[in-house]
Ligand binder design. Structure first.
Ligand code: NAD
Length: 351
């Protein structure tokens, strides 16, 4: 008999082409009337258009979201929340914008509506990573989980091909680690496998035709599934290494996940053979080599070297990533992690 605990994250998911038009109804259904729209500077025009669509339900736009949720940006946004007497936030964008909305919710308990435009998956997790004075800390709290997510694939039609590929592999990494998580359950496993399948089927279409509507919907559906897995079960070596590289060497978030995934999967392949077997079947029978071939075929970055890391950085990264013991299906030590990083740095196909 299987033994497991299943804890779902209570959020309302609205999925489908054109459904971002329902944002006003979503705000009103939360009992709110004064939404502050959030975005990065890059997506300010889209945020302003959304604010106009909200009409009298919007109190304006704060377009200052940046990567890693710096606390000073959150404080600037909180001042706008107070000045405008906003009663909810609407986050339009990728993980950086969602992060700002979560940081505001964590401090004020304001409800959030998130309209994701990448595949990062943050919108369905109760996790917030934020930075202050160069230090990144992570908190997990029920107030951080967005109440409503509107997945509208139309808003991802313009996501550049390169970002679609790396963001998709970022999402797939949540699913792969979810498959061997100690606290996995039958539902997280179903979601992880269908999330991987959705990206396997959609990303190859999108690299040739980024505006193909069905493939965009399939990829965004995969993002929901993979993000939900991230929000419900624990992650292991892969996420630890990516956080180390991003946090201490400032490597780009989604690209780092994309490079590392085949290598961390190969590292754990034998120790988690049973748990990974259905995923390996999706990628030609070998999880590490298969994911590397897939990543290469869709033009993903393959080498840490390309991010400006030196071999001396790898020594330090192996040290940091193994500083605190944490669970992984295959036990880790500094030497084996250093070898793994070397392979990812060189960009060779893992065995
Ligand atoms: P991002 O949000 O930083 O976006 C990168 C850039 O792409 C931004 O300038 C953004 O405005 C732009 N962009 C987004 N969507 C676009 C679109 N459709 N078309 C054109 N440009 C678009 O990137 P990301 O990878 O989505 O998010 C990364 C951040 O999210 C990291 O800080 C990471 O730590 C965090 N994250 C958190 C969690 C969590 O559960 N807490 C999960 C995943 C990621």
């Amino acid at each position: 008999m299987k033994r497991f605990i299943y804890t779902g994250n209570p959020s309302r998911i609205i999925f489908g082409s054109g459904r971002s038009a329902e944002v006003g109804a979503a705000v009103e259904a939360l009992g709110c009337r004064r939404a502050l729209v959030l975005s990065t500077p890059h997506q300010k025009a889209e945020a302003q258009a959304l604010s106009q669509r909200l009409g009298s339900l919007s109190v304006g736009v704060f377009a200052g979201a940046v990567m890693h949720t710096p606390v000073d940006v959150t404080e600037a946004a909180l001042k706008v929340v107070n000045d405008t007497e906003a009663d909810c936030v609407v986050s339009l964008g990728g993980g950086s914008t969602t992060g700002l909305g979560k940081a505001i919710a964590y401090r004020t308990d304001l409800p959030q509506v998130v309209i994701p435009t990448t595949y990062a998956g943050s919108e369905v997790t109760p996790i917030l990573g934020q930075t202050e004075g160069g230090r990144k800390t992570t908190v997990r709290n029920a107030s951080i989980l967005p109440e409503v997510v509107i997945y509208d694939p139309d808003l991802t039609l313009g996501l550049p091909v390169g970002m679609s590929v790396t963001s998709g592999l970022n999402a797939m990494a949540h699913a792969v680690e979810g498959l061997y998580a100690q606290d996995r359950n039958p539902v997280s496993t179903l979601m992880a496998l269908d999330g991987l399948r959705a990206f396997r089927d959609s990303l190859p279409v999108l690299i040739n035709n980024p505006r193909q509507a069905e493939a965009r919907a399939e990829a965004l559906y995969g993002a929901w599934l993979c993000g939900t897995v991230l929000g419900t079960v624990g992650m292991a070596l892969h996420h630890k290494i990516c956080h180390t590289l991003g946090g201490s060497f400032d490597t780009p978030h989604a690209e780092t996940h994309a490079v590392m995934l085949p290598h961390t999967s190969a590292f754990n392949a034998e120790a988690a053979r049973t748990e990974l077997s259905a995923a390996a079947d999706l990628f030609g029978g070998s999880i590490g080599g298969g994911l590397w071939d897939f990543a290469k075929s869709i033009g993903a970055p393959l080498s840490l070297k390309d991010f400006g890391l030196t071999e001396a950085d790898l020594d330090r990264a192996a040290e940091i990533a193994t500083e605190n013991p944490y669970w992984n299906p295959r036990p880790i030590d500094r030497k084996s992690i250093r070898t793994l990083l070397q392979q990812a740095w060189e960009g060779v196909r893992p065995d």
